[in-house]
Design a protein around this ligand. Structure first.
Ligand code: G3P
Length: 217
């Protein structure tokens, strides 16, 4: 399973990248706004800055909702760097645009996916990635990880090549459970990635080893 970081924060992207286990980055307009980025030029520069840190797929989201607008915006985003993946919402014109991008060799990430039916449509249009939002599904008392498993089963049965990118990850356990049910990618906050390191027995064992080593000096 690949690890993407879900943030537009350059310090966090750098920290995750330096761990050596980062396979890409996802952003969305809310994450970009959180960084205080304003204006089209600043947005474009920020995507370029991310691409200069991580030489791997970087999802950049369109804000148009009509076919012509999505295609135009996607072409501009894709021209920023060869690693840009155009992130398109799961709406009717979005599906139409994803098919256009597929036919024109532009990689896509179909976002805001909350059902298996939506995931089938994204795959039919040739999306490179499909992003089910598992944390937001959990928020509504449904099981987000269960949806990842269902989509994984369907894609295997049908031979779809779209990669399942589990998004809206909130905890380290989400990452483990997504790995169990067949997610191709998890896009996570840095805190959830670093949370995977934690085990009290590791801390206790290391403290003991270090103290025993000191007693031998
Ligand atoms: O990748 C999608 C993600 O950014 C949404 O996360 O926590 O706002 O549901 P969240």
């Amino acid at each position: 399973m690949k690890f993407f970081i879900d943030t537009a924060n350059l310090a966090q992207i750098t920290e995750a990248n330096e761990l050596g286990i980062l396979d890409g980055v996802t952003t969305n307009p809310s994450l970009m706004a959180k960084e205080g980025i304003k204006g089209t030029e600043a947005v474009m520069k920020h995507y370029k800055d991310i691409c200069d840190i991580v030489h791997a797929p970087v999802s950049a989201e369109v804000i148009s909702t009509d076919f012509a607008g999505i295609v135009e915006e996607g072409k501009i985003l894709a021209a920023i760097d060869s690693n840009i993946v155009v992130k398109v919402p799961m709406i009717k014109d979005g599906i139409k645009a994803i098919k256009w991008f597929t036919d024109n060799n532009i990689k896509t990430n179909c976002t805001l996916v909350f059902s298996a039916g939506q995931a089938i449509l994204a795959a039919k249009a040739g999306a490179t990635y499909v992003s089910p939002f598992i944390g937001r599904i959990d928020d509504g008392n449904w099981d987000g990880v269960e949806l990842i498993g269902q989509i994984s089963h369907i894609y295997k049965m049908q031979g779809f090549e779209t990669q399942i990118l589990a998004a809206s990850i909130r905890t380290s356990l989400h990452i483990v459970r997504c790995a169990e049910v067949g997610a191709d990618v998890c896009t996570c906050p840095l805190s959830s990635i670093l949370g995977l390191l934690k085990h009290p027995l590791t801390d206790l064992g290391l403290a003991q080893f270090l103290s025993d080593a000191k007693s031998m000096q």
